[in-house]
Ligand binder design. Structure first.
Ligand SMILES: [Zn+2]
Length: 301
């Protein structure tokens, strides 16, 4: 994509000019990368490493990272700020880590000298990218990320998919324009419970995706609790999450074929998942290492 050249880059002072900034470039035109940010919801690190992922592997080596939150909404809020899952580094101040984190958007976009000050005051990745000339598009699968939430605020186009498992449908709709870079923010439900299983294949949990069960007043009044999964069921569900990652890898291969060469992919998860470890299943109100371990891979296709 070609950005016309004039004026100040990237922002004069983001704090002073948040509303009025025009992102332009001096002298030569610059080709910005498309960015495709894929979040495989609930995919914990070891699930990813157990899966065969030849397409994602083309992007680079997978890293074990840690999510900033144990469930979907706050974790996606951190992504929307431009923050990736962290490496939990020792001997360094958090402020230094954050500073280095935002500079990485220079490599991802292929544009010069992006830093934390460019994110101020909103600290919104889609807003920064829009100012850089991107079209910003989000497709989400989890209802907790619906378009009325704050996360949707700075996208040009934001949609909750009708089907929980429709990464394939997202890909079909995606377009890449040689005259404008695209930022695609994709939350995928295939790796979230029920892991693409049908009702008759599943150990039963009532409620939407099992997530809102504890919020049901009738259940609370009755003090009822359904029987928890047994170890065999837990293992079956974990194996099924591995299969979902392999399915998504195939779809990512299809998307990589469709995307232009200057497309930067990020593949990660918003949190992990418990499959019986220390008596837990799932994620959310869980304080356990497996709930925070996530895979992280990025690179040009
Ligand atoms: Zn999630």
């Amino acid at each position: 994509m070609v950005l016309a050249a004039i004026g100040n880059y990237p922002f004069r002072s983001a704090m002073e000019t948040a509303e009025s900034v025009t992102i332009t470039f001096s002298l030569d035109s610059i080709m910005a990368n498309n960015i495709v940010f894929i979040i495989m919801d609930s995919c914990r690190y070891d699930t990813f490493t157990m899966a065969d992922t030849p397409n994602i592997d083309r992007l680079g080596a997978v890293e074990k990272r840690y999510s900033y939150a144990s469930w979907t909404a706050p974790s996606h809020y951190a992504f929307t700020m431009g923050m990736m899952p962290h490496t939990s580094p020792v001997g360094v101040f958090a402020s230094t880590v954050y500073k280095e984190e935002f500079v990485l958007w220079t490599d991802r976009t292929g544009l010069p000298d992006i830093s934390f000050k460019d994110f101020l005051p909103e600290i919104s990745l889609p807003l920064v990218l829009r100012k850089l000339g991107y079209r910003t598009v989000a497709r989400v699968s989890l209802p907790v990320l619906n378009k009325f939430t704050l996360i949707s605020r700075d996208f040009d186009d934001y949609k909750l998919m009708e089907n929980h498992n429709d990464f394939s449908g997202m890909i079909d709709e995606m377009e890449f324009n040689p005259d404008q870079p695209h930022y695609y923010f994709l939350n995928l439900g295939e790796t979230h419970y029920p892991y693409m299983l049908n009702d008759d294949q599943l150990p039963h949990i009532s409620g939407v995706h099992g997530v809102f069960k504890s919020l049901d007043n009738r259940d609370r009044q009755q003090g009822s609790r359904e029987k928890f999964f047994d170890p065999e069921q837990m293992q079956m569900l974990h194996r099924q999450q591995v299969k979902c990652v392999e399915y998504l890898d195939g779809q990512i291969g299809r998307l990589m074929d469709k995307a232009p060469g200057n497309t930067w992919f990020i593949v990660t998860s918003d949190h992990g998942e418990l499959f019986g470890e220390d008596g837990y299943f799932g994620h959310g109100p869980v304080m356990h290492e497996k709930c925070f371990e996530v895979p992280f891979v990025e690179g040009l296709k």
